[in-house]
Design a protein around this ligand. Structure first.
Ligand SMILES: [Mg+2]
Length: 208
């Protein structure tokens, strides 16, 4: 993968595990109380629990809807509450060395402020964070990757996305970026998706 100019990371379960400590069942109840019965958007299946997948699919479905803001805020309260318990994914402590000054961004389903607080909690420096934003279509759309590459000042086609889920893969394909999966379960990806064993191996593979 010679010529990689920028690294675009997913956050949750790629850099830091916040998801396992976030009460998405409660978040989903709060969202349902706000917006009523809302069908989720047609999105890729993922190796997430059902409430997490439903919550994210509903937020995607509410894009462009005036109720999105309140729904996102309700979910964010639960995500923020998980930051103190969140855990660094294996290899995170050595990521800075592995990147050796390379440009890096985060594109996440979390709101930018929650993402930045999570990264700060774990002492990770990232210049560009594209989070859950009413004006930028969320993953599985590739729009966030295009915005991130633009903010890094490099073509998205010369970026590699590193992430744990099918939504990350779909976003990379949509944006025309390379992709390396860092699966946390054996069912995370189908066989055609390139994967590495953890964050540092993924950065190494991107550089090779
Ligand atoms: Mg993730």
């Amino acid at each position: 993968m010679a010529g990689v100019q920028g690294y675009i990371f997913d956050l949750d379960r790629t850099l830091v595990d916040l998801q396992s400590f976030t009460d998405y069942a409660a978040a989903l109840r709060d969202v349902s109380a706000l917006v009523g019965e809302q069908e989720g958007a047609a999105v890729p299946d993922a190796d997430w629990d059902a409430p997490t997948l439903s919550t994210m699919a509903i937020l995607v479905a509410l894009a462009g809807d005036e109720r999105w803001e309140a729904a996102s805020r309700a979910v964010a309260a639960h995500e923020r509450a998980a930051i103190p318990q969140s855990r660094a994914m294996p290899g995170l402590a050595s990521l800075e060395d592995a990147l050796a000054g390379a440009l890096r961004a985060v594109v996440t389903l979390l709101p930018e402020d929650v993402a930045r607080e999570t990264l700060a909690h774990h002492g990770i420096h990232v210049d560009v964070v594209v989070g859950r934003d009413p004006l930028i279509p969320a993953k599985p759309s590739g729009a966030g990757l295009v915005v991130a590459a633009d903010r890094l000042g490099v073509p998205v086609s010369e970026c590699v996305m590193i992430g744990d889920s099918t939504w990350d893969y779909a976003a990379a394909v949509d944006a025309g970026a390379a992709f390396i999966g860092v699966p946390v379960s054996s069912t995370a990806f189908t066989a055609e998706v390139p994967v590495a064993e953890g964050l540092l191996a993924a950065v190494g593979a991107a550089r090779a």
